[in-house]
Design a binder for this molecule. Sequence first.
Ligand code: NDP
Ligand code: BG6
Length: 491
Amino acid sequence: MADISQIVIFGASGDLTSRKLIPALLRNFAEQRFHKPLQIIGVSRSARSDVEWRESLDEWIPDDLRAAWSGFAPSLSWRAVDASVGEQTQGLADHLEALAEGRTANRLFYLALKPSLFAPTIRTLSSHGLLDGPKDPKLGWRRVVVEKPFGRDLPSARALNRELLEHVREDQLFRIDHYLGKETVQNILSFRFQNAIFEPLWNRKHIESVEISVCETVAMEGKRGAYYDSAGAIRDMVQNHVLQILALVAMEPPTSMAADAVRSEKVKVLTALRPMRPDQVAEHVVRGQYLASPVRDRGYLEEEGVDPASSTETFVAVRAQIDNWRWSGIPFLLRSGKALHKRYTEVVLRFRTPPLDLLAGPSEGEHCALRPNDLRLLIQPEEGVRLSFLVKRPGPGMTMVKSELGFDYSDLDAGSSPPAYQRLLLDAIEGNATLFIRGDEVEAAWAFVDSIRAGWDQEDVPMFGYEAGSHGPEEANNLFVGCEGTWSIGP
Ligand code: NDP
Ligand code: BG6
């Protein structure tokens, strides 16, 4: 068994490595979570010395980790390698062999590269024998983490899966979705399955609708325009983060928390999402682009890197249906957008109304207004749970007021939630794939998203404008039917 783990980060001069990966590794180191010493090898095409790389990271080190940084920095070394050029990978292979423990060390390759480099990089690593193991028990394990986006539609995701799996086994491949590393997202499963009181209500009999909102105030800050214009809200947020939250909210209880037990249940839900016919998309999906407004001097079409005639959506809202026993007929209202009024991610389960309003009489309007119970899972930035109900206002008559029970993570004496990448990197090193996406999961999510995109491509579906800093297009409210309510405006 190896005593050292090597982490080889491809794309180590990039934004993700500097801003997220190194601080996350450092925090794990500072909290003494690694059972073995690490050697971290940064790779990109640019030449630099080990010291230069360490110095370039200095500005990203949080103040509370300064003391740990001096102990951690010596484990970082640099190699200039073009991941798509085979001969250069031989140099990397020789370098890794020459490090302490050589081939017997455990190795994690992290591909913080643009997606078009995922397959060529894994192919070259494989052809240089760097992904072998553990055929010989004396060899360490070999694992690969790949970033998002994983494909841009179902055919490309399938092709990528096929290609990668020619070189690595599924259990060596860790497809990341950083939302699964958030404590509050993990809490969805704990909350559901460690409390006996909620699960009996968690179905179509008691729940009338489920809303999942991932709202952002950010727009195209930095140099994001060009990437975003090729993706849009549905590819960038819904296919991965929103559908992952949906899977956790809607899945059946797994038989254990083992990676495959959890992921198999998520796949079942994702494959039960009813694909839309192109002619249904305009009715069940609303898309929009933000416009200049008093809070932002540019609309989406004026952003750097964005095609001025772009038809890429910066907001999408979907009324989805899950065709299974638990959820048949219950709308899942999904929403994500940029340049909105407030940043918040929230799941709202709206419970059915009482069958009769004994106090006010069963008139239609009042019946709709009587919506006493919803359960809110606050994912970010506020982290907590809220359960609302009606109580009688003290005094004569029977006036009801809405009240709620609440829990806030900040009340726990556990410090702030660790950053998502901290947990996910540790899990990848420990070989726990529960919070990573399996190949069939990613494909099931694309199948649903592709059905919406086909409607946009084939039918005349409007693109609504919304003012930056607003709640998104008004038309998104039309996805709620009858007494179902309206979109949450956040905690
Ligand atoms: P950047 O553009 O900032 O960095 C890309 C890195 O790849 C650079 O280090 C670049 O260095 C290196 N690189 C490019 N071509 C090669 C090559 N042929 N061989 C070796 N290295 C190469 O990207 P990000 O860090 O922002 O993103 C990386 C990945 O992470 C992407 O897939 C992105 O979608 C994903 N991601 C990023 C997030 C973020 O917050 N940044 C969030 C979620 C996902 P050089 O030019 O020196 O080779
Ligand atoms: C990324 C998307 O995956 O998630 C970004 O590409 C988005 O567009 C980001 O802003 C949101 O992540 P978080 O953790 O800030 O909610």
